[in-house]
Design a protein around this ligand. Structure first.
Ligand code: F3S
Length: 775
């Protein structure tokens, strides 16, 4: 409808195919034996299998060992893409020559909008600066029938939650915080663009069956504790690697005290522990009202009916007594607010211990900015709880000491909190409302407070991620993650060692002011406001007469050229480009911020490859040495070697590629001549992305072998070609040391499935797809 309310046919197109899923679940029960207990995640995943019999029984001892063993070939219901990653996904999709996408899909313009002076100036400036890319995305959306949400409409995960996510749905999103939709009971997985293309072209999407971690929530949240604290505390417990290979499934009596949007916050940040995804069961008291408020009452009715059916037929809750591979219990009644950081989301400190932790670590005692909102925390409840604190402080005559920024997650939430006076409360207190977009969360932040690059300083955000240089491009900015309530209250003191639960602030008239605990409202009593009609999406109807806008002279968009296939035989004479020391996130491999501009232009964006990496040999960031002793930046040396016809590999430590689904982190090394990435361990999404682009990810059998390798060493493979052709033998790397000429034989492991080996042989997944479609 023109007023932004979805029509009955919109809602019906956005409803999960419940009858089909229930039939599938029935079939899965038959295949696995009717007495087999399933978790919620398993029910939803298995009812989306392309061929349940094959996926569940092959290589699993006839269904006895599915978790971590089965390769699930899935047919997701929907795909969502954010603008930065959509470019490459669409360039890849276009090369397959289809008239429309096989499943409904949406594009969300959120990542390229800068936060600086406020939405009114930042949005038009960003639209002007990115026009070429938005025109490309919009024209591709119209041509292929993909709903295009223009810049200003909101952040992908908030828009998805408000419009598309539903209990029992399975979706892929080209962004690592896609699991946000698990808050409403969907299985939503963050992937790279090439994986999204699988779903868009109706090729089954592969996932190694994850293990399932149950998180039992007991008690009830109250006072300062918020849903954000559940995941901040859990991240501290599990660490950034603890969720790898797992789906986190929440259950227990504590669910009753959580709102749908609170559950979404928890699932959103499940990405920070590396979980495949996170999910909550359908909770009628939370999900029903949220679906109603977002004009999807018919979905709530269907979900309630399914949830009321007997256990084995209930798609939307785990079977009682199902088995979890790991179990964590959190008592919400005892949960303290937490602050996580700096520089990693798993460094978790309870609020009561934060002051002493600041002192012990000599972290700055003041901070310059408090930022609330983003895809993680901009619900009506978040905003009204923060507002309750601002009201208290304003009544006492106080103003925030730190700069205070608000990023609404969508136009719907912005217009609603504007109508209800919340935004007015923030701006009157001195807060600055940024565009409904990612902005400072993804390095698109032009700070105006004079903090220089390289200057140590602190900020507090209610975002989800805090790797170095993430927000303002300054690797010395310490980003402390906390709930929006805590960020708001702390902004009034401007001190990192302030505890709003126990400490006072002096008011202008010399009195001691202490905050009362925040209070808020889950859903607006007057309903949600649609906001600016210009921010509505294009209709999902393909129009083949639209031509997709790519200017051949563009420096931001380039048609994708296919990669060369794998050579017929073992790899010989590879050189170690860099031996990376310590953490190596996808930000390290392909930096965001100003580079986001070149997402659709592989040659140009490749100039940022690994610029954040520390070389173990030189001890310096982005500094490596060539054979002649000359020092180079990493991308310069890679380009030089590419032009000399030298192929190379990267050696790295644990959890290589953690942090996001950014497929450029795989495409760029591939484009520059990288053949192998050898690590102590990988982050799941990145490892899959490498395989899709034809790069071989290998891990050390003995981690200590990392110490035996250095830059410019020469490496040949033994057994790799045989494995790629389907062999089950071992793979060894023969490493000839650059200096001594000495040789080491280093055993390595791989996780390549049959299909993934075929991608690598073909040169990339897309090459294989194109070969198949040509017959
Ligand atoms: Fe955007 Fe940050 Fe979320 S980049 S999608 S607001 S994690």
């Amino acid at each position: 409808a023109t007023d932004g309310t979805p029509t009955a046919s919109d809602v019906s197109a956005r409803t999960p195919p419940y009858s089909k899923l229930l039939r599938r679940l029935h079939e899965v029960r038959r295949i696995l034996s009717p007495s087999r207990k399933l978790t919620l995640a398993e029910k939803i995943l298995f009812s989306h299998l392309d061929n349940p019999e094959e996926s569940l029984l092959e290589g699993t001892d006839n269904g006895a060992n599915i978790r971590s063993q089965a390769t699930l070939k899935l047919k997701p219901d929907r795909v969502a893409m954010q603008d930065a990653s959509a470019q490459m996904a669409l360039l890849q999709f276009m090369s397959c020559g289809m008239a429309t996408t096989a499943v409904p899909a949406s594009i969300h313009c959120d990542h390229m909008i800068v936060g600086e002076k406020g939405a009114d100036t930042d949005l038009p400036n960003s639209i002007k600066g990115n026009k070429e890319v938005y025109d490309f995305l919009e024209s591709a959306g119209k041509r292929y029938g993909i709903e295009f949400w223009p810049p200003g409409a909101g952040i992908i995960h908030q828009t998805v939650l408000e419009n598309y996510a539903a209990p029992g749905l399975m979706m892929l999103g080209t962004d690592s915080h896609t699991p946000n939709a698990g808050g409403i009971g969907a299985i939503a997985i963050g992937v790279g663009g090439a994986d999204a293309v699988d779903a868009l072209v109706d090729a089954p999407w592969e996932l190694k069956a994850p293990k399932i971690r149950g998180v039992r929530l007991e008690g009830k949240l109250s006072g300062w504790a918020s849903p954000k604290d559940v995941i901040l505390a859990l991240a501290g417990k599990l660490t950034v690697r603890g969720g790898t290979g797992f789906i986190t499934e929440y259950f227990g009596p504590g669910l009753e005290s959580l709102s749908c949007t609170g559950m979404a916050t928890i699932c959103n940040m499940g990405a920070e522990v590396g979980a495949t995804t996170s999910i909550f069961p359908y909770t009628p008291n939370s999900h029903g009202p949220y679906l109603q408020a977002t004009h999807r009452g018919s979905i709530a009715e269907q979900a309630s009916a399914i949830a009321a059916s007997p256990g084995p037929h209930n798609l939307l809750a785990a079977d009682s007594d199902c088995h979890y591979d790991d179990l964590v219990t959190i008592n919400l009644s005892e949960l303290e607010p937490h602050i996580n950081g700096p520089f990693t989301p798993d460094l978790s400190t309870p609020l009561s211990a934060f002051k002493s932790t600041v002192e012990k670590n000599e972290w700055p005692t003041t901070f310059g900015a408090g930022l609330i909102g983003s895809c993680t925390n901009s619900s009506y409840a978040d905003m009204t709880r923060a507002e309750s604190l601002v009201q208290q402080a304003s009544a006492a005559g106080l103003k925030p000491k730190a700069d205070f920024f608000i990023t609404p997650g969508s136009e719907q939430i912005r217009a609603t909190v504007e109508r209800d006076g919340t935004l007015g409360t923030f701006t009157e207190a001195g807060g600055l409302v940024l565009a409904n977009a990612c902005g400072p969360c993804i390095g698109q932040w032009s700070r105006t407070d004079g903090v220089r690059k390289g200057e140590a300083n602190a900020i507090f955000t209610s975002y989800n991620r805090n790797f170095p240089a993430r927000n303002d491009g300054n690797s010395k900015t310490m980003n402390f993650l906390a709930s929006p309530e805590l960020v708001t209250a702390m902004s009034y003191s401007g001190r990192t060692d302030f505890n709003p639960m126990t400490d006072s602030i002096q008011t202008p008239d010399g009195k001691d002011f202490r905050f009362q605990p925040p209070s808020g409202i889950d859903l607006p009593s007057k309903g949600f406001e649609a906001g600016n009609p210009l921010f509505q999406p294009s209709p999902p109807v393909p129009n083949p007469s639209v031509s997709v806008a790519i200017d051949p002279s563009s420096d931001r968009l380039a048609v994708l050229e296919p990669f060369e296939p794998f050579p017929q035989g073992e790899l010989q004479g590879l050189k170690v480009l860099v031996k990376v020391k310590g953490q190596c996130t996808t930000d390290t491999i392909s930096a965001a911020g100003p580079w986001l501009k070149y997402k659709g232009h592989l040659p140009n964006i490749s100039e940022n490859t690994l610029i954040g990496a520390i070389s173990a040999d030189t001890g310096a960031v982005n500094t490596v040495t060539d054979f002649d002793g000359q020092s180079h930046t990493i991308p310069d040396l890679a380009s030089k070697w590419k032009s000399e016809g030298k192929h190379w590999l990267v050696v790295a430590e644990h959890n290589y590629g953690e942090g996001s689904a950014r497929e450029h982190a795989a495409l760029q090394p591939r484009y520059l001549g990288g053949k192998i990435i050898l690590t102590k361990s990988f982050a799941r999404i990145h490892e899959t992305n490498l395989k899709k682009q034809g790069v071989v990810p290998l891990t050390f059998v003995n981690e200590a072998d990392y110490d035996k390798m250095n830059g410019c060493d020469e490496v040949s493979t033994e057994g790799l070609y045989d494995v790629l052709q389907g062999g089950e033998g071992d793979i060894t790397l023969v490493v000839k040391k650059k200096d001594s000429g000495e040789t080491h034989r280093i055993p390595v492991k791989h996780t390549m499935s049959k299909d993934q080996r075929a991608f690598i042989l073909a040169g990339s997944a897309l090459n294989l797809l194109a070969q198949k479609s040509k017959g």
